[in-house]
Design a protein around this ligand. Structure first.
Ligand code: FES
Length: 576
């Protein structure tokens, strides 16, 4: 007799091939495997009454090294309560946890490790459904990638955003204001005392960054894709509503465990991907989301078309008035009606037939959502924050496979710009020279950082290259910056990111020299290196690829990571 995972259940095992009889450890004797498992279960204090219940695994990314997830234990407890109330049994299990400020050299380097960890545990453990608890930037995309590949019934329970901070009558938020204050300090406008006081007030509660950075964007996209119960992406981490959401999520997980669906892969369709792109543009969300969406789509056999992202952006107004593009914070978005209220505004351009883990279609979710919306935060189509083009995709001789610009957070005066390049060879060179008083740089220069792509450096958030100190002190607030790196979703400026192919892969970025002219033509969506082809051919012939790290995960990453336009997933994990 075979269970539904292809594993044998020997004669005498419990007839149920679900729950704790799933995925029996292979000893060549399945009756013994079940006997032994039941003995271990009894050793935890469980009575046999528990053994035939629907099993909900709860993937925990709680960690003392992840301050954003500090509320995970309470949220997990609420999910467990919901599971128990619905007649299931919950098992919490750990996976690795990634925090943006506690991941050397780059959190993205570790995203695929978390995705693999999640996938392999979902394949190995005897669970019928999973609730994945995460929130800090890389965690939700990694968990969704893993769940789609394992194709189990899966829900996401984001830990939720922080509340906004206050200093001197001004609302502050991580990390847009962290960057603004730091830039002000570098320019000499903010003294050390003000900076230190604000530092203690930027993040007044537990939770994820509360602007529309990567964490908020990915929570909203997880909800758009159907993995989060309606409205669950924006509830503040420290509100009691977050715990009631946890209970509801636990209850819903039992229903999914009992029915065996919907599974994660079934939620990830061309329709839900199109919805996610549209919502990303209307949020004015993080550029990082394009990498994560490409990777998530790839796990379901879909392709994120960057040109389609650009096309959708041209017809999608930015409606959410949150930093860094606007002025509010996630708690404002939540009180304004949350994501279903936003999606209601987009009803004519979203696919409302897609299924959600809630069990209803997206259209039914939106239809049933309370109809009040605060127009000041979730703007009407007639009065948007920006008319469109939040995220633009550029191509050209410098970025044959694409580059990304957060157009809505860039300076209008720099969008059509031709100037000489000033090149930095990786992060050490950048750190060593950017503030050198002797640096030959003007405000017109285009700063180029290379060697910071997925192969070169694990693609850190170094793309928002600091304005050189001497220019910052002279009042320069923005310059055109180009790199194969990423930038934080909380950052802003005329920053061109994700240049593909990256320099370490032999992309044209590797051949730029100081003084070469570069032309940015945002209106035409072009990024070109104005160097004659014969000269480029000479430089290309002299290119030497960097050597891979000698061992371990870093080597696996360098040898198998795909470029930014493919989501930086590993080539062997993408689905056909
Ligand atoms: Fe965790 Fe911003 S650092 S969400």
């Amino acid at each position: 007799m075979a269970n539904d995972d292809g594993g044998d259940i020997g004669a005498g095992a419990r007839p149920n091939s679900r729950g704790l009889s799933r995925r029996l450890t292979r000893y060549g004797d399945d009756r013994f495997a079940q006997f032994l498992r039941d003995a271990f279960l009894q050793a935890t204090g469980l009575t046999p009454d528990a053994f035939d219940r629907p099993v909900v695994g709860i993937a925990s990314t709680g960690s003392d090294f992840n301050p954003c997830h500090a509320t995970a234990p309470a949220l997990i407890e609420s999910i467990r309560r919901g599971v128990t109330m619905a007649g299931g049994i919950a098992f919490t299990f750990p996976t690795i946890s990634i925090h943006e400020s506690f991941a050397y050299p780059s959190s993205l380097l570790l995203r695929n490790l978390l995705a693999m960890d999640t996938e392999e545990m979902l394949r190995a453990l005897p669970l019928d459904a999973v609730v994945m608890v995460g929130g800090c930037d890389k965690t939700l995309p990694a968990q969704i990638m893993g769940a789609i590949s394992a194709d189990v019934p899966a829900l996401v329970a984001p830990v939720g955003p922080m509340l906004a901070g206050w200093d001197r009558g001004e609302r502050l938020g991580a990390c847009t204001d962290c960057r603004r204050l730091w830039a002000g300090h570098r320019a000499g406008d903010i003294d050390a005392e003000q900076l230190t006081r604000a530092q203690g007030r930027l993040m007044p509660t537990h939770g994820t960054c509360m602007v529309m950075g990567t964490a908020s964007t990915m929570a909203c996209l997880a909800e758009t894709l159907g993995f989060v119960l309606p409205g669950g992406s924006s509830i503040p981490a420290v509100h009691s509503e977050r715990l009631r959401f946890g209970e509801d999520t636990g209850r819903r997980a039992v229903a999914m465990a009992t029915r065996g669906g919907p599974t994660a892969r079934s939620l990830m369709t061309a329709g839900s991907l199109g919805n996610a792109i549209r919502v990303l543009q209307t949020l004015g969300g993080s550029t990082n989301a394009l990498i994560h969406l490409a990777a998530i789509a790839g796990r379901a056999g879909l392709t994120l078309d960057l040109d389609e992202v650009d096309r959708i952006g041209r017809t999608t107004p930015v409606l959410v008035d949150l930093k860094p593009i606007g002025s509010g914070f996630m708690e404002d978005f939540h009180h304004a009606g949350g994501l279903p209220a936003l999606m209601r505004r987009l009803r004519s351009s979203l696919d409302f037939n897609v299924l959600t883990a809630d069990g209803r279609t997206l259209g039914e979710v939106v239809e049933d959502w309370p109809d009040w919306t605060d127009d000041r935060v979730i703007r009407t189509l007639e009065r948007p924050v920006a008319p469109g083009e939040a995220l633009a995709v550029l191509r050209g001789s410098l970025a044959p496979n694409g580059a990304v610009l957060k157009l809505a957070a860039a300076s209008g005066s720099l969008l059509q710009h031709e100037a000489p390049a000033l090149v930095f060879e990786g992060l050490d060179d950048l750190t060593a020279r950017i503030d050198d008083p002797a640096l030959l740089v003007t405000a017109e220069h285009i700063l180029v950082l290379r060697g910071a792509g997925p192969i070169g450096a694990g693609m850190p958030e170094a793309g928002s290259i600091p304005i050189p100190a001497k220019l910052a002190r002279a009042g320069v607030k923005d310059m055109v910056r180009i790199s194969d790196a990423r930038m934080s979703g909380t950052a802003y400026g005329t920053v061109i990111l994700h240049v593909a192919p990256e320099a370490a892969a032999g992309g044209p970025l590797a051949f730029v020299r100081d003084g070469d002219r570069i032309r940015l033509d945002t209106a035409g969506r072009r990024l070109d290196l104005l160097v004659p082809e014969d000269e480029l051919a000479r430089r290309r012939a002299a290119f030497k690829a960097p050597t891979s790290p000698a061992r371990g995960y870093a080597r696996l990453h360098a040898e198998h990571v795909l470029q930014a336009d493919r989501g930086c997933d590993f080539d062997f994990l993408v689905s056909d």
